[in-house]
Design a binder for this molecule. Structure first.
Ligand code: GAR
Length: 220
């Protein structure tokens, strides 16, 4: 394989899986897909902690049901730096190696990201750089695009920006409403995100000429 592994680490294995910290704000269907994948030892993934900035969300229930520490750090009434310091401390306390944004609806600043360089991944329900921010499927319908999809990317300080690791295309059908399109996109997210995380764990996400590349993930 060309290039060098994105993260410095001994190869992950069933006995030494990549420790993920999953940040959530809502329903957690992507968390569920990652938890499912982590049950397969060949994927070399472990969800070490789930952290929400909103109490009482379904994602936290999914974490508890899976026997994973379910943490809450409320962003309200705190500076961005204080919130991010608390998230950072919680992740480190659970020996997290890679941070997974799975429907986490807070923008992380350079204050946090510089400490987790190349170690924060996000999934977004559009073909980035199209339709950043909230309600990407609604934006796709409003623009009348015929093809949209989902993107897994490394996170920088922008909104749904940062080097793209993998994408999957999804058709927009004539009778789609927002719910139908969202559900078709999320089915692809649930396949793609765990596949990229496994590739990362197995050293197949590599820096080639300074650019991150996920090897062995066919475009769809
Ligand atoms: C997912 O579709 C994810 O791509 C999106 O939020 C949803 C969360 O669903 N993220 C963004 O829009 C980020 N800008 P989930 O909680 O069921 O995984």
């Amino acid at each position: 394989m060309p290039g060098t592994p994105l993260i410095e680490r001994a190869p992950c294995s069933a006995g030494d899986p990549l420790r993920l910290g999953v940040l959530v704000s809502g329903s957690g269907s992507n968390l569920a897909a990652v938890l499912d994948a982590a049950r397969d030892p060949a994927r070399a993934l472990r969800v070490a902690a789930v952290l929400s900035n909103v109490a009482g969300v379904r994602a936290l229930e999914r974490a508890v049901a899976a026997g994973v520490p379910a943490l809450v750090e409320d962003h309200k009434g705190r500076s961005r730096e204080a919130f991010e310091d608390a998230v950072d401390a919680a992740l480190r306390a659970h020996r997290v190696e890679v941070v997974v944004l799975a429907g986490f609806m807070r923008v992380l600043t350079a204050h946090f990201l510089e400490r987790w360089k190349h170690r924060v991944l996000n999934v977004h329900p559009a073909l980035c750089p199209a339709f950043p921010g909230m309600h990407a499927p609604r934006q796709a319908l409003a623009h009348g695009v015929r093809v949209t999809g989902c993107t897994v990317h490394l996170v920088d300080a922008g909104v749904d920006t940062g080097p793209i690791l993998a994408q999957a295309a999804v058709p927009v059908l004539d009778d789609d409403d927002e719910a139908a399109l969202t559900s078709r996109i999320q089915a692809e997210e649930h396949r793609l995100f765990p596949a990229v995380l496994s590739a990362l764990a197995q050293g197949r996400v590599r820096l080639v000429d300074g650019r991150p590349r996920a090897c062995g993930l066919a475009a769809r």
